[in-house]
Structure formats: structure tokens, C-alpha cells
Design a binder for this molecule. Structure first.
Ligand SMILES: [Zn+2]
Length: 489
């Protein structure tokens, strides 16, 4: 069999150095000396610069194509490189060209993602002929390929089903926080939808000012034989934005979510929202829709997107209003599904803060400041709580109900900051006041009748018994402290 690697003239020098390693990772037993290299000249007899060759949309230049007996079998997508020999050479011939060879800080975050829609789309156009797609990382000896977000991209790619040929060259030892516990590189794919969402929550910086992408869940409530409640997932809704570079992240993320949800038989809907989810925001005319190669990849990958228009947004506002009015008529500030989704919006791991159990079907949303206590509180208590802790942002100031006492109670009761996830067992113990969280540091304080009960409890839990810092926000601290005041009374 003849093996041939084809590269484009604009990557002649850079890819000539690595094509043998690329091919030998696909064909480990093949004699590397027999691998042929063919350079496809798209320079128009040297008239086109390196950059203008790479900008030609009809060629997907950031690839090495591997042919068995002249039949295309592998498309290998390559990452960005800061050691671009072709641009370096061009600059040597023409010093007016701008290029800095070996810049370590350059496009670190789009190391792999930038340009990938073109590679995916090229692959989809060739796929019917049995072509396989994989990726190869350049610069693996520098810091760029192994920052947290790139590690996330590698794991996403692997989950979607595309191999990174030289993933063994990335040192994962610094990334155990991403859930990536590797002593071999055999499997860096995410194991479940919930695990993936939890790992994202762990590494994402939460931005409270500008609403980030978030996951909601439509679920139905079932009463168990002992009259306890269980929630079952009907459908997840992932709302995201597509401004500039976020489009690349969203492509990888939604695709990965879809693959995992499909595998588990979980329904998921993707919604592309406006820049600001604000009811009186003007319709944005730009950047609120996917376009070009990214849109094409979404379509090729079968990721259907609903666009959230202001009309739909207003309709959801109406539903929220109706839910509030019905709570007010019932005189019960509890809206459990709103509460659960508000905790999800915090972007914290969906797992029990005591034992780490992350099975969504056993997780309960626990109120820190208890519903009955909020419900019975007088106006002074509620207003003081908001004023002293500076929690005005928890009361929706756009609502016409903002000055109603019941509305304030409703907002506080169902605020994500008033909630933590606990598994069924720990939720029962918490509700029965067998333990509470200390106000300043969130460490667990046991409150058992006898030593044996306490020992049994501790045996079942992990050693790090406290509300994790990322969950213990300023507002959450305030709610927890309020619970403790009620507890002591
Ligand atoms: Zn637990």
C-alpha cells in the first residue's frame, strides 16, 4: 500500500516537519521512510502571500490529508502554532511582514477551536466516503496547548468522537480539578451528561453581571410512597450566546452535550439568546445569530438551535408572572422548579455538598433559610435581611410587584443563593437539623443526640465537610446565617 500525506503550499515548511509523526500515529507499523509527501501549490506561482493562501475558503489549509493508494482516508486537523516556519521564512524574505516567531501568549484560548468549523465541514463533505477525522496538536512542548480551556476542548473532542493523535504529549497532572484524572491517556472523554456539566461548572468563571450561558431543566414532580418528592427530568434547555469567540466554545459545548444527552436518552434543547436577557432590551440586529462556517457545522452535526426572540422571552415572562400570582393566591412562596433552576443558574456542580453524590435523580434542592420561616417572617425581618446584607439585586426590580412583601418573600425563597444540592439522605438529616453549616466558613457542625449517631454520619461522608467556597457566595452566607439565627431561637 502507498501512503501519501498531502499539504498545502502555505504550510509547506511547518507541516513537513511533523507529517511523518502524524501518519505514523495513524499507521503505527508503517515504515515512515516510505510515507510520501505531496505539496499542493495554491500560491499562484508565488503571487499569493502565506496569509492570503490560508484565507482561500475553497481550501481547508490547516489539515494534513492522508491517502491510501490515492484514496482519501484521513483528514487530520491541526491546531494553531506560534512556531510557524512558513511565516518566519516569508518574513526573512520580506522584513516588512509582521510576524513574531515563538510568541507564547498568542491566541492561547482559540488554540484548537479557531478554524475548526472549516475542518469539521470539510470532514462532513467527505464523510460519505468513509473518511475519518482526527486532530493533531502543535507546540505541545510549550504552555499553550495545556491551559484549562484547551484541556476542556480536547475532552470535548474525544467525547464527540474525534481522536487527538498526540494527546499523550499533554501533561494532565495539573488538571485534576477538571475531573481529568489520568495516568493513561486512554480515556479523557466525559462519562456522563451530569459529570460534564459539573466539570464545566468547576472551571468556568461565573460572571454575575452579564448573564452567562446556563442550563435549565423542565422536570416533573412525583410523590413517593412516604410522601417525599422526587423530580424527574423531562428536558434540559441550554441557553447560550454566540458573540465572537463564544461561538467556537458553544459549538464544542453544545455538540458534546448533545452526544452525551443522546447516549443517555435525555432530551435537550439549545436556545441561542440575545446578548442581554432583559425584557425591555431592543432587538439586536447583529451578532445574535450564527452565520457562516459555524452555522454550517451546527447543521452538519445535527445540533438544532431555537432562536429566542423578544416575543418568546416576553411569553416566558408572562409564565413567570402567572406562577407568582398563583403562589400569592396559595399564600405559599415556594416554587420548587424555579428554585431548582435558579440553583442550576449559579453554575455550581449538581452534586451533594456533603457526600458528592451526583446522581441527578437523588438530588434535592435544599433551602438554607427555610420556607416556613420566610413565609412567617414579618415585614421588618424581610426588609432588614435585604438591607443589612445588601441583597437588593435578589428582588427583581423590573417587576411591578417589587414593593410587595409577598413578592420579596417569593424572590428570597426561590433565589438560587438560598439553595444547595443535597442527596436524599443528607437532605433529610439537614431538614431534621442534625447538622448545620457554620455561618462564617460554611463548615459542617453536627447536632446529634449521641456520639454514635454522629460517628455513623461521619462514616458516610467525605472528610471535606463544608459548603465549597464557590457555592458559599456572599448572598448564600447571608441565607445560611439567617437559618442559623432561626435554629438558635
Ligand atoms: Zn449526600
Amino acid at each position: 500500500m502507498e501512503l501519501k500525506a498531502k499539504i498545502y503550499s502555505c504550510y509547506r515548511l511547518t507541516y513537513s516537519k511533523i507529517y511523518k509523526d502524524v501518519v505514523s500515529r495513524l499507521y503505527p507499523n508503517f515504515d515512515t521512510e516510505k510515507i510520501k509527501l505531496e505539496i499542493e501549490d495554491i500560491s499562484n506561482n508565488g503571487q499569493r502571500s502565506i496569509q492570503s493562501q490560508r484565507s482561500l475558503r475553497q481550501y481547508v489549509t490547516r489539515t494534513i490529508r492522508v491517502y491510501e493508494d490515492n484514496k482519501l482516508v484521513h483528514i487530520v486537523g491541526l491546531s494553531n502554532t506560534n512556531y510557524d516556519l512558513d511565516k518566519k521564512h516569508e518574513k526573512e524574505l520580506d522584513p516588512t511582514k509582521k510576524y513574531v516567531y515563538g510568541r507564547k501568549d498568542y491566541h492561547g484560548n482559540t488554540y484548537l477551536k479557531q478554524g475548526s468549523p472549516d475542518i469539521f465541514n470539510y470532514y462532513f463533505s467527505e464523510k460519505p466516503n468513509g473518511v475519518k477525522l482526527s486532530f493533531y496538536l502543535l507546540d505541545t512542548n510549550t504552555s499553550i496547548p495545556s491551559n484549562m480551556f484547551n484541556v476542556l476542548s480536547y475532552r470535548e473532542l474525544q467525547t464527540i468522537g474525534f481522536k487527538i493523535l498526540n494527546i499523550d504529549e499533554v501533561d494532565f497532572s495539573n488538571y485534576t480539578a477538571t475531573g481529568c484524572v489520568l495516568n493513561s491517556t486512554s480515556n479523557i472523554a466525559f462519562s456522563s451528561f451530569n459529570k460534564y456539566m459539573n466539570d464545566i461548572a468547576l472551571i468556568s468563571k461565573r460572571n454575575t453581571g452579564n448573564m452567562p450561558s446556563f442550563l435549565q431543566c423542565q422536570e416533573h414532580l412525583v410523590y413517593n410512597e412516604d410522601n417525599t418528592e422526587s423530580y424527574f427530568t423531562d428536558k434540559y434547555i441550554y441557553t447560550f450566546k454566540a458573540l465572537s469567540a463564544q461561538g467556537y466554545d458553544s459549538l464544542f459545548r453544545t455538540w458534546c452535550m448533545k452526544v452525551l444527552a443522546d447516549r443517555e436518552g435525555t432530551a435537550i434543547e439549545f436556545r441561542l439568546g440575545k446578548q442581554y436577557f432583559h425584557y425591555d432590551a431592543e432587538e439586536l440586529s447583529v451578532s445574535d445569530r450564527l452565520t457562516g462556517p459555524i452555522l454550517q457545522t451546527f447543521e452538519n452535526a445535527g445540533i438544532h438551535i431555537e432562536y429566542v426572540t423578544n416575543d418568546e422571552f416576553m411569553r416566558e415572562k408572562d409564565m413567570e408572572e402567572n406562577a407568582y400570582i398563583s403562589a400569592k393566591n396559595r399564600k405559599d412562596p415556594r416554587n420548587q422548579s424555579l428554585f431548582r433552576n435558579n440553583i442550576r443558574k449559579k453554575g455550581i456542580p449538581t452534586s451533594c455538598v456533603i457526600c458528592g453524590n451526583d446522581n441527578p435523580s437523588v438530588l434535592k434542592a435544599a433551602h438554607l433559610w427555610e420556607v416556613s420561616s420566610i413565609k412567617n417572617a414579618d415585614a421588618n425581618t424581610i426588609n432588614n435581611f435585604i438591607n443589612i446584607n445588601n441583597l437588593f439585586d435578589l428582588i427583581d426590580q423590573t417587576s411591578s410587584h417589587k414593593n410587595e412583601l409577598f413578592f420579596k418573600k417569593y424572590c428570597l425563597t426561590n433565589s438560587g443563593d438560598n439553595g444547595i444540592w443535597l442527596c436524599g439522605n443528607h437532605h433529610d438529616l439537614f431538614d431534621s437539623n442534625y447538622f448545620y453549616f457554620e455561618s462564617e466558613y460554611g463548615t459542617v457542625v453536627l447536632h446529634f443526640e449521641d456520639e454514635k449517631q454522629a460517628a455513623d454520619f461521619l462514616n458516610e461522608t467525605v472528610e471535606d465537610c463544608r459548603i465549597p467556597l464557590e457555592v458559599f457566595t456572599r448572598a448564600t452566607k447571608a441565607f445560611n446565617a439567617q437559618r442559623n439565627i432561626c435554629f438558635k431561637n
